[in-house]
Design a protein around this ligand. Structure first.
Ligand SMILES: Nc1ncnc2c1ncn2[C@@H]1O[C@H](COP(=O)(O)OP(=O)(O)OP(=O)(O)O)[C@@H](O)[C@H]1O
Ligand SMILES: C[C@@](O)(CCO)CC(=O)[O-]
Ligand SMILES: [Mg+2]
Length: 397
C-alpha cells in the first residue's frame, strides 16, 4: 500500500481507451517494435460497496452475471507492491487454480472461454489486491463501447479498468480528491507516474490470464494513452512528429481469440525459426521506417502527403508479413480488395484472424463507412468518481 493511501470507500467510475496498432502486432511479442495509439472508444467500469458479504461481477459484453460469497473466495495472495513480475499468473498452484475454476464454473457453466477468461482475470486480481481482513462486499460492472475480441484492445481496456478500480479500492494507489485544500496542492506528477505504473503492471497480469503470452503493448496504450512506439522489455518511447492520421476501421465481425492466434505464431516460430526470424526483423524495419518518417515530417523534410503515401506502402508490407505469419483471414483479404478498388490501403490490426482491418485515408477523403475515427495523439486513461450521485468532472491520474 502506498505510504499515505488507505482503502477507498466511495463508488468509482473508471474508463480506459482501446487502441489501434499501426505496425508490429505479433512481432512485438518477440521484442520487435510496435507503433500503436489509443482510440476514442473506451471500456467503462462502475464499482460500488455493498452492505452484504457478496462480490458481484456483471459483464454484459460477455453475458456474465455472477455473485460469490466473500467467505467462499480463496485466501488473498500476498500483495507484491514492488516489481515481482517473474511469475505468470496461470502458473499459480494447481489447487488454487482448481478453486478459482470451481467458483467460475458454478451451476450454469456453458463452456464459454470469453466468460471464463474474464472472470478468472477478475478473481485473480481480486485475490492479489484485496487487503487481508477487508470484508466489504462489492459490485463491479464493466461495459465497453469497443467491440469485444476484434483487435481493438478490448481485453486490455477491461484489464486496465479492473486493475485501476481494485488498486484504488484497496488503497494501493492514491486518488487525488477535491478535499485537498488549494494551498496543499502540490506537484503530484511523481505520484501519478507511480499510480500509472502500478495500473499498467497489474493490467498486464490480467492480460496474461486472458492472452497467455501478451507483449504488454495493449495494456500500456490503455494505461498511458497517446501514440507511441513500444518494445517489450524497454517500454514506451515517444513518437516525435506524430500529430494525427485519418483511419477507417472495418470490423469484419469474424470472431477470433488473441490467445489462440498468438499461440499459433509461437508454433510457427518454433517450427520454422530460420523463416520466421527474418520476417520478424522485417517488421522491425517497418516500425523503424514509420518512426523515422514522423521525425522527418517534424523536421520539415517530408510533407504530410508523403507521410501518408509511404505509410500506405508500409501497410501493404506489414499486412503481407502478417499473412505469412498465418494470421490473416479471407474476410480481411476481402476488406483489402474492396478498399484497394477505391485506391485505399488496408492491413489487419491487432491479432488478426478476423476482427478489425485498418485503412489509411488521405486528407479530404470522405469515409462512407460508419466506423470512422480520428486517431488522436492524446487520449489517456481518465478516471471519474461519482460524488453524492453526481459525476464529478473527470480528471486524469
Ligand atoms: N467488456 C468486456 N467485458 C468482459 N470481458 C471482456 C471485455 N472486453 C474483453 N474481455 C475479455 O477479453 C477477451 C477478448 O480478448 P482478445 O484479446 O481476444 O480480443 P481484443 O483484446 O478485443 O483484441 P486484440 O487483443 O487483438 O486487441 C474476451 O473474450 C473477454 O474474456
Ligand atoms: C497480437 C498482439 O501483438 C497484439 C494484440 O493486440 C499480441 C500482443 O502484443 O500482446
Ligand atoms: Mg486483447
Amino acid at each position: 500500500m502506498a505510504a499515505d493511501s488507505k482503502p477507498y470507500d466511495g463508488p468509482l467510475l473508471i474508463s480506459a481507451p482501446g487502441k489501434v496498432i499501426l505496425f508490429g502486432e505479433h512481432a512485438v511479442v518477440y521484442k520487435k517494435t510496435a507503433i500503436a495509439a489509443s482510440l476514442g472508444l473506451r471500456s467503462y467500469l462502475y464499482l460500488e460497496n455493498r452492505s452484504d458479504n457478496v462480490i458481484h461481477l456483471e459483464l454484459p459484453d460477455v453475458g456474465l452475471s455472477r455473485s460469490w460469497n466473500l467467505h467462499d473466495l480463496p485466501q488473498p495472495l500476498p500483495y507484491a507492491g514492488s516489481a515481482d513480475d517473474s511469475h505468470h499468473p496461470l502458473d499459480m498452484p494447481a489447487e488454487l487454480k482448481q478453486q478459482l475454476m470451481s467458483l467460475i464454473i458454478g451451476d450454469d457453466y456453458d463452456k464459454n472461454p470469453a466468460k471464463e477468461q474474464a472472470a478468472l482475470a477478475f478473481l485473480y486480481l481480486y485475490i492479489s489486491l484485496v487487503t487481508p481482513g477487508d470484508v466489504r462486499g462489492l459490485s463491479v460492472s464493466v461495459k465497453s463501447t469497443l467491440p469485444v475480441g476484434a483487435g481493438l484492445g478490448s481485453s486490455a481496456g477491461f484489464a486496465v479498468v479492473l486493475a485501476t478500480a481494485l488498486l484504488i479500492h484497496f488503497g494501493h494507489i492514491v486518488v487525488p480528491t477535491k478535499t485537498v485544500a488549494e494551498d496543499q496542492v502540490q506537484d503530484r506528477s511523481e505520484e501519478r507516474e507511480q499510480a500509472l505504473s502500478q495500473v499498467n503492471r497489474w493490467a498486464f497480469k490480467a492480460e496474461q490470464v486472458i492472452h497467455g503470452n501478451p507483449s504488454g503493448v495493449d495494456n500500456a496504450v490503455a494505461s498511458y494513452g497517446g501514440a507511441k512506439r513500444y518494445t517489450k522489455g524497454e517500454g514506451f518511447a515517444s513518437l516525435r512528429g506524430f500529430k494525427s492520421l485519418r483511419l477507417l476501421l472495418t470490423n469484419t465481425t469474424v470472431p477470433r481469440s488473441t490467445a489462440v492466434l498468438v499461440a499459433g505464431v509461437g508454433d510457427k516460430c518454433r517450427n520454422f525459426p530460420n523463416v520466421m526470424n527474418p520476417i520478424m526483423d522485417a517488421v522491425q524495419a517497418i516500425s523503424d521506417d514509420c518512426a523515422s518518417l514522423f521525425e522527418r515530417h517534424a523536421d520539415g523534410e517530408v510533407s504530410k502527403e508523403q507521410v501518408v503515401t509511404r505509410i500506405e506502402d508500409l501497410f501493404d508490407l506489414n499486412h503481407c508479413l502478417l499473412s505469412a505469419m498465418g494470421v490473416s483471414h479471407p474476410s480481411l483479404e476481402q476488406v483489402r480488395n474492396i478498399t484497394r478498388q477505391h485506391g485505399l490501403r488496408t492491413k489487419l490490426t491487432g491479432a488478426g484472424g478476423g476482427g478489425c482491418a485498418v485503412t489509411i485515408l488521405r486528407d479530404g477523403e470522405f469515409a462512407k463507412s460508419v466506423g470512422f475515427f480520428y486517431l488522436s495523439s492524446a487520449n489517456p486513461l481518465t478516471l471519474q468518481i461519482p460524488h453524492k450521485k453526481r459525476l464529478m468532472p473527470s480528471f486524469q491520474i
